[in-house]
Write a protein that binds this ligand. Structure first.
Ligand code: SAH
Length: 289
């Protein structure tokens, strides 16, 4: 019960999303005694601290503001960025396509602003990130820390993934960089068989080059998908798609690391004995070998 109350009310130091009457959203960190200024008026943080999530408060000019905790998607779209982030619709798809689950070990490159890192960590993965730029790595670490508190399952190294991958036995490799085909040979030794590679690329030319390289690698079961996301306007008698949408973000390509097929059928002692005794049923297939 105490926990429920704790979760229900907003605390000093927490990030919250303020929504004004025009549905404009502001991501702020609550600080006792502080004030938030918009052209819709001033909101005192002290009016928010201790209030239940989902409350409406009144600003200095009498305007009303709704306050809720931000979702991962809100944070990703509003957090400070250096590099372009992966959009929430694609983050969601990556979690399923790469089958991210608690305890799964993931190498992520490049880390950029850390949006994908956040989604991976939220899903319970153990993440090692490679990033070329120290300033981006620092920002990603800060963004991740602001979301998940301390980050025991997250390590970012300043490295060029085209030069190689230090880790071994990885379950997943997720790439958001311009030339993922340059990572394939490193990925073959760094990942365990059955592991999943997932690459995000903005253009189909890059995707095509990647698919071509995958076709000549130890990876198989390659697949490419584009996620379209269209929001709707739903109001009284006007129910239709919104006029504007994010028309394009990127293509997602997945593949799995396979054990080379030597062409030899695996030895099956039972079938071998049955064949010798001639007791397989006539007309019946001996089953998969
Ligand atoms: N997925 C990230 C954004 C990544 S942007 C997010 O959701 O926030 C691409 C990043 O890859 C950039 O920060 C760039 O510095 C980094 N990068 C490009 N080539 C790289 C390489 N060879 N090794 C490591 N990082 C690389």
């Amino acid at each position: 019960m105490a926990d429920e109350v704790e979760r229900a009310t907003l605390r000093d130091g927490e990030r919250v999303l303020l929504v004004d009457a025009k549905e404009r959203q502001y991501l702020i960190t609550l600080r006792a005694g502080a004030t938030f200024h918009t052209h819709m008026g001033i909101v005192g943080h002290d009016d928010l601290i201790g209030a239940p999530e989902g409350s409406t408060v009144t600003g200095s000019t009498g305007r009303r503001f709704l306050v809720v905790r931000p979702t991962l998607s809100d944070v990703v779209l509003k957090m400070p960025r250096g590099a372009q982030v992966i959009y929430p619709k694609d983050l969601a798809a990556i979690m399923v396509l790469a089958d991210i689950a608690p305890g799964v070990s993931v190498l992520e490159a490049g880390v950029g602003s850390g949006a994908l890192s956040m989604a991976l960590l939220r899903a319970g993965a153990e993440v090692v990130g490679y990033e070329l730029r120290e300033d981006f790595a620092e920002r990603a670490r800060a963004n991740v820390e602001a979301l998940v508190g301390d980050r025991p399952r997250y390590r970012v190294e300043i490295r060029d993934v085209y030069d190689g991958i230090e880790e071994r036995g990885l379950d997943r490799i997720v790439l958001d960089l311009p030339e993922p085909w340059r990572v394939l040979t490193h990925a073959e030794t760094a990942m365990r068989p059955g592991g999943i590679l997932c690459c995000y690329l903005p253009t189909i030319n890059q995707t095509s080059e990647l698919r071509n390289a995958l076709a000549h690698s130890a990876f198989g079961m390659a697949a490419t998908v584009e996620v379209l996301h269209r929001t709707w306007h739903v109001e009284a008698r006007s129910v239709r798609p919104d006029h504007r949408m994010v028309g394009h973000t990127g293509f997602l390509t997945t593949a799995r690391l396979l054990v080379p097929d030597t062409g030899a059928a695996p030895y099956n002692a039972k079938k071998y004995a049955a064949d010798r005794e001639g007791d397989t049923e006539p007309g019946r297939s001996p089953g998969p070998i």
